[in-house]
Unconditional design. Structure first.
Length: 277
C-alpha cells in the first residue's frame, strides 16, 4: 500500500521525497512536441496580400513545414494574428503572436460611357452610375481598424457646343467654382495627350456612408444651357462597401432659338484602392 501511495505522490505532487515535478512544457518536450513560440522564428511576416486563413496556412506550411490541421488562429486582424496549437494536437503546443502588414489586390481602373445629350425645343439628359462592391474578409470593423482611406486618380472629358470661347473639349482633374480646366483646344487629344494629367483624390473612410460629392462640373447657361457633372460617394450595407461614380449631362434648347444644345461627358478613374491609416 505504501508503494502505491508513493507513486501517486511522485506523479501528482509538486515535490515529494526530493523528486521535482516536471512542468507541462518539459513533459511535452519529452514527448517531442514542438513549441510554436520557438518553431515560428519570425515575429513579423512582412507584407501579406489579402490576408486569410488559407494565406497564413500556405505561409506556415512552406516556411516552417507546419501541419496546419494541428493549429488554429485567434485575434486575427489585418495587422497580426495569434497562432495556437489545438488542444488535441499530438505535434505542437504553445502559442505565438506574429504581426504583418496587409495589402489588398483590390485595385481598379474604370471609365463611364460617354454621355451625350442633344436637345431642340426640349430638355434632354443622359446619366450613368458605375458601382464597385467589396466585402472585407475579416468584416467591416477590423477592415476599418486598419484601412482608413479611399484613393484614386481621375480625369474627366466634357464637350458642349456653346457659343464663344467656352465651347469644345474641356479636361477636368480638379474641382473649383466652375471646374478647373486643364486644356481647352479642339484637337488636344492628339496634340496634348501626354500633357493631360490625372488628379489623385483621397477620401477618409469610416463606418458611415458618404453621400455623393462633386468631382467636377461644367455649365454653359444662356438662352440654351448645357450642364455636365461628375460625383463620387460610398455606402455600407452590412460588411459590404459600395463605391459609386455618377456622371450626368443635361441640355435644353428653346423652340425659337435656331441652335441645338448638345453636350458630352465622360469620367476616367485609375488605381482605385483602399489605403491603410
Amino acid at each position: 500500500m505504501y508503494f502505491k501511495i508513493l507513486l501517486a505522490a511522485i506523479q501528482t505532487g509538486p515535490s515529494i521525497f526530493g523528486m521535482a515535478q516536471l512542468s507541462n512544457t518539459e513533459l511535452l518536450q519529452e514527448k517531442n512536441y514542438q513549441d510554436l513560440n520557438i518553431l515560428i522564428k519570425e515575429n513579423d511576416f512582412g507584407k501579406i496580400t489579402d490576408v486569410s486563413e488559407t494565406k497564413l496556412n500556405n505561409y506556415l506550411e512552406k516556411k516552417y513545414s507546419i501541419d496546419t490541421t494541428q493549429i488554429h488562429y485567434t485575434s486575427m486582424s489585418y495587422g497580426g494574428v495569434r497562432v495556437t496549437a489545438n488542444e488535441d494536437s499530438r505535434i505542437y503546443f504553445g502559442t505565438k503572436y506574429v504581426t504583418y502588414s496587409s495589402e489588398l489586390s483590390f485595385k481598379y481602373d474604370l471609365q463611364t460611357k460617354e454621355l451625350y445629350a442633344h436637345a431642340y425645343d426640349s430638355k434632354q439628359s443622359d446619366k450613368e452610375a458605375v458601382e464597385i462592391e467589396y466585402t472585407p474578409y475579416l468584416g467591416k470593423e477590423k477592415f476599418l481598424d486598419y484601412f482608413g482611406f479611399i484613393q484614386f486618380e481621375w480625369i474627366a472629358k466634357t464637350w458642349e457646343n456653346g457659343k464663344g470661347q467656352k465651347h469644345g473639349d474641356w479636361y477636368h482633374n480638379d474641382y473649383g467654382d466652375d471646374g478647373v480646366i486643364k486644356y481647352n483646344t479642339k484637337n488636344n487629344i492628339k496634340e496634348n495627350k501626354d500633357k493631360i494629367v490625372t488628379k489623385k483624390k483621397t477620401y477618409i473612410m469610416n463606418s458611415s456612408s458618404m453621400s455623393r460629392t462633386m468631382l467636377y462640373s461644367r455649365i454653359y447657361n444662356n438662352v440654351n444651357y448645357m450642364k455636365s457633372y461628375g460625383f463620387f460617394g460610398y455606402r455600407w450595407a452590412g460588411d459590404t462597401i459600395t463605391l459609386q461614380f455618377d456622371v450626368e449631362t443635361e441640355t435644353y434648347a428653346t423652340a425659337w432659338n435656331a441652335y441645338w444644345a448638345s453636350a458630352k461627358n465622360q469620367l476616367f478613374v485609375y488605381n482605385l484602392q483602399f489605403v491603410k491609416k
